[in-house]
Design a protein around this ligand. Structure first.
Ligand SMILES: Nc1ncnc2c1ncn2[C@@H]1O[C@H](COP(=O)(O)OP(=O)(O)OP(=O)(O)O)[C@@H](O)[C@H]1O
Ligand SMILES: [Mg+2]
Length: 403
């Protein structure tokens, strides 16, 4: 049974929240105003979760909690404040907090946060983490997000390298976005897949920046036919054993290889723009994910190019999609276009305007969300990824696709 310790007043009245804790597998939590007891409790393994009021917290208290979170594997913290200010949330995330709740906490919000923490705990250290970036519509910003998220992940210096992998056959853009002219690409990897190992993968990928590699897409349509669902699963297994984080640029088309990439990933960033067509497609993609029985926590809903021209207010967007949007990346056409023209990630384009900073910060937050606070989230070791295809989920996927 998990144990939570609540620092005085962090969640507001506890009585309505007790069933949420017990329902999520926690003992009935204790509340304390004694910060000095924390190191001992943590040392003895008597606490898995700290819930901390951020507003007015003494910097020394936050320093102590930050140290405990870094030292103790498996210890997590939820920060709370009466209002969700991005400054407070970002500062807490930087200190290693995993979740933020507005206080007094609403049972549903607490329940969602505990479920996400449980999913995080459940992950076994079986290799690197894979994020699939996907949009059912073309031109929504998938490649931009894949490249810039991978860069933001590498900037946080996880224990291993980070890769962006272009799974788009024929029209892949990762090489263009990063101004690469690679000798080898996905096609070469697929040709060698039977005998590929981490070493051969390294010889095929291109080093973009310190700790950041790219596997570029193939323009060879013939070899593209060999990029089957099974090949994608093998590639993902190889990426997991080679990189601590991989970000996949996934095709828009709903094909077996697309489904394999989405199914095998630990996280899916579902990218859309707030237009009527964009929302409609995002809703259909969510319905497809449900049909494929993807866990809800696996999907991160990302609105891209958010700006004044959006067709709906956020509550209406949430209503239309049946869930709220997790991330909003601001529209900043000039900045994104400049970075792409120069072939560098946005954060390296040397722009200091307010809008540039807002977009760079949004990518940092996205990286933090993917990584968790310790800078490394071991992957779930997605269950269907096998190296020989036997007993894998491919049959299940294909039959679902045909439904
Ligand atoms: N946050 C942003 N603000 C403004 N423009 C953006 C933003 N993100 C992406 N774009 C622009 O949107 C366009 C499409 O981006 P991108 O190529 O990343 O999309 P995609 O989904 O990969 O498209 P494709 O279907 O061609 O693969 C590009 O011109 C890019 O500069
Ligand atoms: Mg693209």
């Amino acid at each position: 049974m998990r144990r939570a310790l609540i620092l005085q007043g962090a969640l507001g009245p506890l009585t309505p929240l007790y069933p949420v804790f017990t329902g999520a597998g926690f003992a009935r939590p204790d509340e304390t105003d004694r910060v000095d007891v924390l190191p001992d409790l943590v040392e003895r393994g008597d606490v898995d979760l700290l819930v901390v009021p951020l507003q007015g917290a003494a910097p020394a208290t936050l320093d102590l909690i930050e140290d405990l979170l870094r030292q103790r594997d498996g210890l997590v913290a939820i920060g709370t404040a009466p209002e969700a200010s991005s400054e407070v949330i970002l500062a807490a995330f930087r200190r290693g907090f995993s979740e933020f709740l507005v206080s007094p906490a609403v049972p549903d919000d607490l329940s969602g946060a505990l479920a996400r923490l449980e999913a995080k705990w459940a992950r076994a250290p079986k290799g690197g983490h894979i994020t699939a970036v996907y949009s059912p519509a073309g031109g929504a910003g998938v490649t931009t997000i894949a490249v810039n998220l991978a860069h933001a992940l590498s900037v946080r210096k996880p224990p291993g390298r980070v890769a962006v992998a272009d799974l788009v056959v024929g029209l892949g853009d990762v090489a263009t976005h990063l101004n690469l002219s690679p000798t080898y690409d996905l096609g070469e990897l697929v040709r060698k897949l039977d005998r590929a190992d981490s070493e051969s993968l390294h010889s095929i990928t291109v080093s973009v920046q310190e700790g950041f590699d790219a596997l570029t897409g193939t323009d060879d349509i013939e070899i593209g036919e060999d990029v089957t669902a099974d090949a994608v699963m093998r590639i993902m297994a190889l990426m997991r054993s080679t990189y601590s984080y991989t970000v996949l640029d996934v095709e828009h088309t709903v094909s077996p290889r697309t489904i394999a990439a989405l199914d095998g990933a630990d996280r899916i960033l579902l990218v859309f723009q707030v237009t009527v067509a964009g929302l409609r497609k995002a809703k259909r993609a969510l319905a497809m994910f449900e049909q494929l029985e993807f866990a809800k926590e696996k999907i991160v809903l990302v609105a891209n190019r958010v700006g004044t021209g959006d067709v709906m207010a956020w509550p209406d967007v949430a209503k239309a999609l049946g869930r709220s949007v997790d991330f909003r990346l601001p529209n900043s056409f000039q900045l994104v276009a400049d970075a792409q023209t120069r072939g560098v990630p946005i954060a390296l384009a040397g722009m200091n305007s307010g809008s540039a900073q807002a977009l760079i910060e949004a990518y940092q937050l996205l990286a933090i969300r993917i990584m968790g606070q310790k800078g490394f989230t071991p992957s779930a070791g997605a269950s269907i990824v096998t190296t020989n295809g036997t007993g894998s989920g491919i049959g299940r996927l294909l039959s679902k696709l045909r439904k």
